[in-house]
Design a protein around this ligand. Structure first.
Ligand code: CO
Length: 161
């Protein structure tokens, strides 16, 4: 595994629609391992492939709850419900945090590294992290959704995605 360099905003790769993964091979496994290691190194709760300069619909999420690490390849949102508003940050925007509203519940379909399709339901913070990462794969950045930016004082233990 290796820690990769995180792409900071502005960079074109952060604003493009990423390509579908077609090959579920060793290279994909290595990419996921590196993304996971990089996310941990930078204290993030999620990381999308474009954030390490890779044009592929791949993201990892780990909010340190009982769900563990979620690997999402070619994820699709099947359903959303409700609304939540809370602080959000992004590893590609160090030190920048803002309030973002998102659906409170999300149901997704994605593939794991072996190409097995799965569905996952999530609520609250996990749902927020998943939606933030899926947005990255469409070139959508959280800054386009911020209602209000937050100062350091207004933040308590908010982790970046
Ligand atoms: Co992000």
């Amino acid at each position: 595994m290796a820690i990769r360099k995180i792409v900071m905003y502005p960079n074109d790769i952060l604003e493009k629609h990423c390509q579908e993964v077609k090959k579920f091979d060793k290279k994909l496994g290595k990419l996921l391992d590196d993304m996971y290691e990089t996310m941990i190194e930078y204290d993030g709760v999620g990381l999308a492939a474009p954030q390490i300069g890779v044009d592929a619909r791949v993201a990892v999420v780990d909010i340190e709850d009982e769900t563990g690490t979620i690997e999402m390849i070619n994820p699709l949102i099947l359903e959303t419900k409700g609304e939540q508003t809370g602080p959000e940050g992004c590893l590609s925007f160090p030190g920048l945090f803002g309030e973002v509203s998102r659906p409170n519940y999300v149901k997704i379909e994605a593939f794991d590294r072996k190409g097995r399709k799965y569905t996952l339901e999530a609520e609250e913070f996990l749902a927020r992290a998943i939606q933030h990462e899926i947005d990255h794969l469409d070139g959508v950045l959280f800054t386009s959704k911020v209602l209000k930016y937050l100062s350091e004082d207004e933040l308590k233990g908010v982790e970046a995605e």
